[in-house]
Design a protein around this ligand. Structure first.
Ligand SMILES: Nc1nc2c(ncn2[C@@H]2O[C@H](COP(=O)(O)OP(=O)(O)O)[C@@H](O)[C@H]2O)c(=O)[nH]1
Ligand SMILES: [Mg+2]
Ligand SMILES: [Zn+2]
Length: 325
C-alpha cells in the first residue's frame, strides 16, 4: 500500500517522512531511485501520468513529496517515487548547471531574519540571502526581530531600502509580541525556508508564533548537523495548523556559483526598471558612461548601499571559477 509523505530530514541514507496520516516513519530510498541518485543522473520522475515536468534532478531533498511503502512486515519503509518539485532552494556547483544540491524542495518563500540589535544587522549579508532567493526564483520576506531593543524608527531607517525595493519587512519582538500576528499569517499554511544569522531569534520567533513547536532557543543552529555522517543541511518542521518551516543552517555559505554576471543585477529587484536603459547593452553598471543604474543611484532613486552590494557580489563572481559572461 502506497502512502504519500513529506521528507522532514535525512541522516546517513535514512529519511524521516511525515505521512499524510500525521505519523512519521524512517524510510530508505528504493533501490532503483538510489542507483539514480548515486549516479547523479537526472531521470524524469515518473508518476504514471504523462508528465510535462522538466527533467528533475532526482537527488532527494528535505521538503520533497514522496510515495512510501511499507515492506511485508510493515516495519521497514521505502521511498518508491519522488514527486516533481514546485520549487527549490539549491546551491549550484562551480561551473556547471548540473550537480547542484537542493537544500530544500517545494518551498513557497524565504524568510530572512535579522535582529534590530544584538547582533547588529548586517545588510550586506542580508543582500546575499536575498540574491540566493531571487536566483532560485523564490519570493523573500524580511523579519527585523528584537525591535524592543531599539527605537523602531531607527530599525525602519536601516531596512527602508528593502521596503523600497519591494520586499515585505516585518518589525517584530518576541518580548513585546509586536508584529507577531501579521508574521504568523504569512507563514501559516505555507512552506518557508527560515534563514538568518544565529542569535537573531529565529527559534524564539517560531515558538512564539506556534506554541508547541518547541525549538531550542539559544542553541547554535549551525551545529545541528555536525557529527552526523551526511551533509543534509535542512530540517523541516511541520507547523500546527498546516505548513512547514525549514531551518536551513549554512545557507549563508551557499556560494553564488552559477549565477551569471548579468543575472546578478536582476537579483536586485529595484534595479530591474533601469537595466535596459543603459547606453551599452553589456553595461556592468559599475563604471560606464550613460549607465541608467548609476544615474538612478546618484539621483537617490536607488539605494547606494544596495548598489554597492551589487558591485561587491559581482566582484566576487568575477573571481569565481564559474566566471565569464
Ligand atoms: N530582546 C529580545 N531578545 C530576543 C528576542 N527574540 C529572541 N531573543 C533572545 O535572543 C537569543 C537567541 O534566540 P534564538 O531564538 O535562539 O535565536 P536563533 O539562533 O536565531 O534561533 C535568546 O537569548 C532569545 O531569548 C526579541 O524579540 N527580543
Ligand atoms: Mg535557533
Ligand atoms: Zn548600466
Amino acid at each position: 500500500m502506497t502512502t504519500q509523505g513529506t521528507v522532514l530530514s535525512g541522516t546517513g541514507g535514512v529519511w524521516r517522512v511525515l505521512l499524510a496520516t500525521g505519523e512519521s516513519v524512517d524510510a530508505s530510498l528504493r533501490g532503483r531511485l538510489k542507483k539514480q541518485e548515486e549516479q547523479g543522473s537526472t531521470p524524469r520522475v515518473s508518476l504514471g501520468h504523462a508528465s510535462r515536468a522538466p527533467e528533475t534532478s532526482l537527488k532527494l531533498a528535505v521538503g520533497d513529496e514522496v510515495d512510501v511503502e511499507p515492506d511485508a512486515s510493515g516495519a521497514a519503509w521505502s521511498i518508491s517515487a519522488i514527486h516533481p518539485r514546485r520549487s527549490k532552494l539549491a546551491r549550484r556547483a562551480p561551473g556547471r548547471a548540473i550537480g547542484e544540491r537542493v537544500v530544500v524542495a517545494n518551498i513557497d518563500q524565504v524568510v530572512v531574519v535579522f535582529a534590530a540589535a544584538n547582533p547588529d544587522p548586517h545588510p550586506r549579508m542580508l543582500d546575499r540571502f536575498l540574491v540566493i532567493a531571487e536566483s532560485n526564483s523564490l519570493s523573500a520576506r524580511i523579519v527585523v526581530n528584537k525591535c524592543d531593543l531599539v527605537a523602531e524608527a531607527g530599525a525602519r531607517r536601516i531596512f527602508g531600502d528593502y521596503e523600497k525595493a519591494g520586499y515585505p519587512v516585518h518589525y517584530t519582538s518576541v518580548v513585546t509580541g509586536n508584529g507577531l500576528e501579521e508574521l504568523r499569517e504569512t507563514v501559516q499554511g505555507r512552506v518557508s525556508a527560515l534563514s538568518g544569522p544565529s542569535g537573531v531569534g529565529k527559534s524564539s520567533l517560531m515558538n512564539a508564533l506556534f506554541p508547541g513547536l518547541n525549538l531550542r532557543v539559544g542553541a547554535i543552529s549551525e551545529s545541528v548537523n555536525k557529527g552526523r555522517h551526511t551533509t543534509v543541511g535542512a530540517l523541516l518542521y511541520p507547523l500546527p495548523g498546516g505548513g512547514f518551516v525549514a531551518d536551513t543552517p549554512g545557507l549563508r555559505e551557499v556560494g553564488l556559483w552559477g549565477i551569471s554576471m548579468r543575472e546578478v543585477a536582476a537579483c536586485f529587484p529595484e534595479l530591474l526598471p533601469y537595466l535596459d536603459n543603459c547606453r551599452f547593452a553589456d553595461c556592468t553598471h559599475l563604471v560606464e558612461p550613460g549607465c541608467a543604474v548609476r544615474e538612478a543611484v546618484n539621483a537617490g532613486d536607488v539605494s547606494k548601499a544596495r548598489w554597492e552590494s551589487y558591485a561587491k557580489l559581482r566582484d566576487e563572481l568575477s573571481s569565481a571559477p564559474a566566471a565569464g559572461r
